[in-house]
Write a protein that binds this ligand. Structure first.
Ligand code: AMP
Length: 284
């Protein structure tokens, strides 16, 4: 596996692979790899002749009050895990390579309106524009045939799909299932922030989602009651501070009143300084 630090190095490696007929798979990440990341890498390796993984903690998607400086990093471990997963190029640029004049000097921003303002967009109003802008840059740098995202960040994947459609990106978006710890907690680099007590409480997110899904499958059709159940269950857990719990349309992210077709259950809560998210798609 090659480590590329510059845009020029990645482009040269991809051009070489394409010249010998390989399709290009791409997995954008912020590093501190866990099984969620590795599942995406393995899928890309299985489906493409050449896989590029980017490792970049993108300042543009963090608000000044958020955890950019503390975000966990372990480059040597990440390099080893990506190599073991069969990745061909690990693209790990620094800020100067991605934003030569600084992230705040970036004048061009890609914004998927509406979808960027609900759910996580309410408490993180600039987050998704940071994501879509950096993913646009990365798509132009790597020029992949397929790009892989996790359902863990359902809203992000939906927004990227919409961006690709609206702007005619020649890339196929693949979304892979959420990888969980044995007790149900969705794997996340931010789980590293949790104290043992917070870690013990955090599976409430998955428990609440599972129980709400069971109620819907058993005939519950009132989304308001499902929302209330999610909110009460999460708020009652020790160390949890609820951000949101919603029942929305999986395509538009608009609130649902009566559950008639598939719905997305989406939750976010703080456990200490860790803001954790989780979701579940449910069909009645
Ligand atoms: P991140 O490094 O957190 O930006 O995540 C990089 C990619 O991995 C994103 O597409 C995430 O949705 C995906 N991902 C993160 N956690 C998980 C998980 N537990 N299961 C599946 N995919 C995940």
């Amino acid at each position: 596996m090659r480590v590329a630090r510059t845009v020029a190095e990645v482009r040269a490696a991809v051009a070489e692979a394409r010249a010998r007929g390989a399709t290009i798979g791409f997995v954008p990440t912020m590093g501190y790899f866990h099984e969620g990341h590795l599942s995406l890498m393995r899928q890309s390796v299985a489906e493409n002749g050449f896989t590029v993984v980017s490792l970049y903690v993108n300042p543009l998607q963090f608000a000044p009050t958020e955890d950019l400086a503390q975000y966990p990093r372990d480059f040597e471990r990440d390099r080893r895990l990506a190599a073991e997963a069969g990745v061909d190029v690990l693209f790990a640029p620094d800020d100067a390579e991605m934003y030569p004049d600084g992230p705040q000097a970036q004048r061009t921003v890609v914004s998927v309106r509406g979808l960027n303002a609900v759910l996580c967009g309410r408490s993180r109003p600039t987050h998704f524009d940071g994501v879509t802008t950096v993913v646009t840059k990365l798509f132009h740098i790597v020029a992949p045939d397929r790009a892989y995202f996790g359902q863990k960040d359902y809203q992000q994947a939906l927004i990227i799909r919409r961006m690709v459609r609206d702007l005619n990106f020649p890339v196929e978006i693949r979304v892979a299932p959420i990888v969980r710890e044995p007790d149900g907690l969705a794997m996340s680099s931010r789980n590293a922030y949790l104290t043992p007590e917070q870690r013990a409480a955090a599976p409430v997110l998955h428990r609440a989602l599972s129980e709400a899904a069971a109620r819907i499958r058993a005939g519950e059709r009132d989304a308001g009651r499902v929302r209330a159940f999610l909110r009460e269950t999460i708020s009652a857990a020790p160390h949890a501070r609820l951000d949101y719990a919603e029942v929305v349309d999986p395509d538009t992210l608009e609130d649902v009143d009566t559950i008639q077709g598939p719905v997305l259950l989406a939750v976010a809560a703080y456990f200490g300084r860790a803001r954790l998210i989780d979701n579940m798609l449910v069909s009645p």
